[in-house]
Write a protein that binds this ligand. Structure first.
Ligand code: GLY
Length: 374
């Protein structure tokens, strides 16, 4: 375990990491996706993927902290590079633009970012299946076979629609997002707060044909990051709408997370893999969950839920910064401020002990929220 750091030291370390990442990815012209915990050297692609908005979002968050015009300009450049993703027919468009263009508007009132974010929101809302009231993943093969599926991950896409509704006042954004959140709560969240990742359904009738997990163990393991998207997504739904039913789901799914995570609240990638403890942890699941709890700690009207969320968030934050950041040891040659030990996809063998760009993004969001709360 590393030593406890002050909030300002933690923030400074994360900003140092944004800086070292920027140096590498500018040289190579890639969007960072994942870096091995052992080296801190980013892997990524020139065109970007579902995670690339989080990189622009790290730059926007840096600009918010420093207030420097040149940092905002760098964030704008990387955000506009994401424009081709507008043409991708997938719910991931929400991840890409809510973490980048929305922040560009909210933090710096950049009109190009507002325009990009609204076009993306329009696309995302247009992907909804009106008969069933959900935004499907959009796999062409399934659609051709008369089936479709929706995943818990999509709760992390809805902030784009909440923002578009607040910004334009257009009810269609709200309607799609509320309907999707309600359907997700009904299909994916069990009574005890456990979340199942994926639901397949008939796109004409909404009849459920199968439920499964893709990224947990087996077909019904509880994938920790899926649980995290649920906590975060329902917390964001509550913040946007003030609807108590979303607060209740966020609180219930967070309670499940803590019951299953054990002594170290940075969880294994799946709560149900029998090979524990010889399996990867996923620090990004901790960061996402913590960001959701911070939303509740700032916005929950119910004082008991607000305090409970704050206590849980503090426990998670403390575990991440003491045990999962690059140790401050002069013999450790890795970049400072890496959030180590994330797992992208254990089943596919992708990036199973890595720093993940979205883990860094949510941890920075948490640290900024924490400095507002204290
Ligand atoms: N597709 C989102 C995730 O892997 O968390």
């Amino acid at each position: 375990m590393g030593k406890t750091r002050t909030p300002d030291e933690r923030l400074a370390l994360l900003l140092q990491r944004v800086e070292s990442t920027l140096t590498q990815v500018t040289r190579e012209g890639i969007f960072p996706h994942a870096a091995p915990s052992a080296t801190g050297i980013w892997e990524g692609t020139r065109e970007g993927m579902w995670t690339s908005g989080f990189w622009a979002g790290l730059l926007w968050q840096r600009a918010a902290v420093t207030g420097k015009a040149e940092d905002a300009a760098t964030a704008t450049t990387w955000t506009l590079r994401l424009s081709p993703h507008l043409d991708h027919q997938t719910h991931d468009i929400g991840f890409v633009f809510s973490s980048s263009a929305v922040l560009g508007w909210e933090i710096c009132r950049d009109p190009a970012c507002r325009d990009l974010a609204l076009r993306a929101a329009d696309r995302l809302a247009g992907m909804a299946n009106p008969a069933v009231g959900v935004i499907p993943v959009g796999s062409q093969a399934e659609i051709a076979a008369g089936l479709d599926d929706v995943t818990i991950d999509c709760m992390g896409n809805l902030p784009l629609l909440w923002w578009a509704w607040k910004t334009t006042g257009e009810g269609r954004f709200l309607e799609v997002a509320v309907s999707h959140a309600d359907r997700t709560a009904a299909w994916h969240v069990k009574e005890d707060g456990r979340i199942i990742q994926s639901t397949h359904f008939d796109p004409r009738t909404g009849r459920v044909t199968k439920q499964e997990t893709h990224q947990g163990s087996g077909t019904d393991g509880c994938w920790a990051r899926g649980q995290a998207w649920g906590v975060y997504g329902f917390a964001a739904a509550y913040r946007a709408t003030g609807e108590e039913r979303f607060l209740e789901v966020a609180d219930r799914t967070a309670a499940y997370y803590f019951r299953r995570a054990g002594d170290d609240p940075v969880p294994f990638y799946c709560f149900d893999d029998a090979a524990k403890p010889n399996i990867p942890r996923d620090s990004s699941a901790a960061a996402i969950t913590c960001a959701g709890l911070m939303i509740l700690a700032e916005h929950a009207q119910d004082p008991i839920r607000r305090q409970r969320s704050r206590d849980r968030a503090e426990a998670l934050l403390s575990a991440m910064v003491t045990g999962y950041l690059t140790p401050l040891d002069e013999n450790d040659r890795r970049p400072r401020g890496m959030l180590l030990h994330g797992c992208y996809n254990k089943n596919a063998g992708w990036h199973t002990d890595h720093e993940l760009v979205w883990g860094d993004y949510f941890l920075l969001e948490v640290l900024r929220a924490w400095s507002r709360l204290r």
